[in-house]
Structures are given as C-alpha cells and as structure tokens.
Design a protein around this ligand. Structure first.
Ligand code: SAM
Length: 272
C-alpha cells in the first residue's frame, strides 16, 4: 500500500529547501508526471534502482510507489532530512547516500544490475551519461531513464546526417538503443529552467564483435573534432584510418556527419 505522504511543496517549505542554481536544482512536483517517468523502464516491482539527485524526493516517491528498491545519491545535505522521512515511510526500500555522484563508485553499491532513473542536474548529466555508456559491456546497469535538456536529448538520439549527430549519438547507439520517451515542458519544474527537457531511455544491446571501444572513441573524436572537413583530412592523424576507409568502402571525401553508426563500427573494427 502506498503510504500517505505530505505534499512535496510542504516538505520543501518545512525543510527550507530553496532551489540552488549551482546544484542544478529544478524540482518536479506533479505526481502524475513523476509516475509516468517511473513507468518508462517497465515494471519496477522488486527491482533495484539507482537515482542520482533525489532532491526533496519527488521522483524517489514515484519509484518507491512502483515497488522499486531505491539507492539515491544526493550531494545537497539540506535534502537529507526530507529523504529520511521517505526512508521511514518505506522501511528497507530506500538507501540514501550523501555525496557527489561523479566521485562515488556506483557499481560497487549493487550486487545485481540496477535500472538508473534520474532527473539529472544539467551540469553533471552528460558526464555521468558518458561514463555509464563507457562501462565494460554488458554494463552494470539494466537501463537508463534520464532527464536532459531537450537539445542534449536530441544529440543522444540523433540520426546520421543531422545537425545534432555527433560523438554522443555514436556512443549512445553503437551498442545500445536510445529513444526520447517523453518531452517535458519547462513549466513542469520549480523553478522553471530556461530550456525544454526530455527523458531519454537507453537499453544496452550486444556489443559488436571485434571492436575495441578505444578505437571507436579515437575515430569519432578525430572525425567530429573537425566535422566540416572531409574524412581524408580529419582522420589523417589516426593511424590506419585512411586504409580502413578504403577497406570498408567509405569515400574519403565524405564528412563525419554522413558516416552512420554502423560505418563507424566497421571502421573501428578494421583498426581493432
Ligand atoms: N529528483 C528531484 C526532482 O526530480 O524533483 C531533483 C532534481 S534536480 C534537477 C537535481 C538534483 O541533483 C538536486 O537535488 C541536486 O542537489 C542534485 N545534485 C546536483 N549535483 C549532484 C551531484 N554531483 N551528485 C549528486 N547529486 C547532485
């Protein structure tokens, strides 16, 4: 049974949780919206979830109500008393860890593979995503359900030959499927940020055979580092890359944004 909890606005007022811009605090209060976000990874009954940045606990409530066992990492100690109330309401289901998610060894906190569900602080969101996507494969997490600025979400799911296509799209798509699960209007947040947001859902797939991640990274860094240049120029500094273009049958006069994820994978395989 879902416990009776006080409204989030009251919790925030009682604990004096004025939103800190430096910590990227934009809170969500709409229970229905939060329940829809918590439903994106699928049935969470009995599942382990990692949440980064629970703040006053809006999304945490929705995850707990969906039956998850939540480990939440929060940097702002002002939020801890509010989260302690949630721990009391859901005995044994919520573990709160005070600290910086960029410094905590999150995989060591779990025995199984958690879902990661988070309304991320914008200033650390991309760094955490890149770290989670760069993990050893199969990764230690089961799925990612993450709020981003709309523009960043579009870069993650971008298709070849679009302005948003770049390293982030290749990283998110070469061994995972990534989609925008929901757009979230800026007015849903308190205080409202300047930009629109979107929730991205990422599920890991099989890693293609014979491809070293380091080679793929090197190629995409070089190619998109000079995205307006032809590949024969931008990939010049990557040993073996020009031969790989020929082997895979990619015209060296093309530019990085026209090279599909599968073509980058084929090139990286040649170099691996
Ligand atoms: N989850 C809440 C919600 O949806 O209403 C709050 C989301 S708010 C956008 C981001 C939260 O992340 C804030 O509570 C902030 O204090 C926390 N935070 C910021 N940087 C952090 C970091 N490096 N590690 C852990 N938490 C962080």
């Amino acid at each position: 049974m879902t416990p009776d909890l006080p409204p989030l606005r009251e919790v925030i007022a009682r604990h004096g949780l004025s939103a800190s811009k430096a910590l990227g605090q934009n809170f969500l209060f709409d229970g229905q919206l939060l329940a829809r976000i918590a439903a994106i990874p699928g049935d969470l009954a009995g599942a382990e979830v990692l949440e980064v940045g629970p703040g006053p606990g809006g999304l945490t409530r929705a995850l707990l109500a969906a039956g998850a066992r939540v480990t939440a990492i929060e940097r702002d100690r002002r939020c801890l008393p509010a989260l302690a109330e949630l721990e009391e309401a859901y005995p044994g289901k919520l573990r709160v860890i005070e600290g910086d998610a960029l410094e905590i060894d999150a995989p060591a906190l779990f025995e199984g593979r958690p879902h990661i569900v988070s309304n991320l602080p914008y200033n650390v969101g991309t760094a955490l995503l890149v770290r989670w996507l760069s993990a050893d494969w199969q990764p230690w997490w089961q799925s990612l359900t993450l709020m981003f600025q709309r523009e960043v979400a579009e870069r993650i799911v971008a298709i070849t030959d679009s302005d948003a296509y770049g390293r982030l799209a290749v990283l998110a798509q070469w061994r995972s499927s990534a989609r925008i699960a929901m757009n979230v209007h800026r007015s849903a947040f308190t205080p409202p940020p300047k930009v629109m947001s979107a929730v991205v859902h990422i599920v890991p797939g099989e890693q293609p055979d014979g491809v070293a991640f380091a080679k793929l990274e090197r190629l995409t860094a070089a190619a998109f580092g000079q995205r307006r240049k032809m590949l024969r120029q931008s990939l010049k500094a990557v040993p073996g890359a020009l031969e790989a273009l020929e082997k895979v049958g990619i015209d060296p006069a093309r530019r990085a944004e026209t090279v599909s994820v599968a073509e980058f994978v084929a090139l990286a395989r040649c170099l691996s």
